[in-house]
Design a protein around this ligand. Sequence first.
Ligand code: XBP
Ligand code: MG
Length: 254
Amino acid sequence: MTQLKAVIFDVDGTLAETERDGHRVAFNLAFSDAGLDWIWDEGLYGKLLAVTGGKERIRYFLSDFHHDFKHEGDLTQFIALLHAEKTKHYVRLLESNAIALRPGVVRLINEIRKSGLRLAIATTTTPANVTALVANTLGEDALDWFDCIAAGDIVPAKKPAPDIFDYCLEQLGLKAEECIVFEDSANGVLSSCGANIPTIVTLNDYTKEDDFSGAISVLDHLGEPNLACEVITGQKISGSFVTMDDLKQLHAQS
Ligand code: XBP
Ligand code: MG
């Protein structure tokens, strides 16, 4: 049986519920600053999340939801500049401690570190966003806990393509079967399973109706000693919150 050597975390929706009150708000602030009357409400944003990547999401919005917008110059450059402003707003939101980590994330990361297993991140979001989230929730030093932070445009194709997880495995120098992934969305599971990495899902409001086929288990969150989690589908855990022993057990069953 292959030994578990690393745990790879997705970021948005997995480490923290960043989409509704973080990214969505930052997009709307950037649109307003640019004098655009675009407003992504919670419902529309849930539809736009079908496309990963903020720049790609803006392009999807224009192509599928806001056809009458005409831009005279280079649309790609326009979107890139708009997205860069959005990232500044998002980082400022994180620096104001607007977003906390999900239940069980700090506890489990500390258990993983104590066990000697390696940690990594594989995300579609912009690297600056990862730095801001980790530094403002776990502390500046915590960035060094992750042997690889694979993020954003570092790969040609974003999730659901497997590229970001393939890149992360290459950086770790590990095989897919030596790792386990935490994800929150259908795009994320398609990506991690596309890279043949055993995957556990902690879903959220935006992804609760997603298809998580291929995941070992789907839970509502990682749980805490005083906050029981629920296994919605797939392999069970030993108690009422996910522990390091559960990770090893779930990996062995994958
Ligand atoms: C989620 C995404 C990202 C964020 C927005 O990433 O798809 O695009 O929604 O961040 P993941 P950017 O779940 O893989 O962490 O605007 O920086 O893309
Ligand atoms: Mg995610």
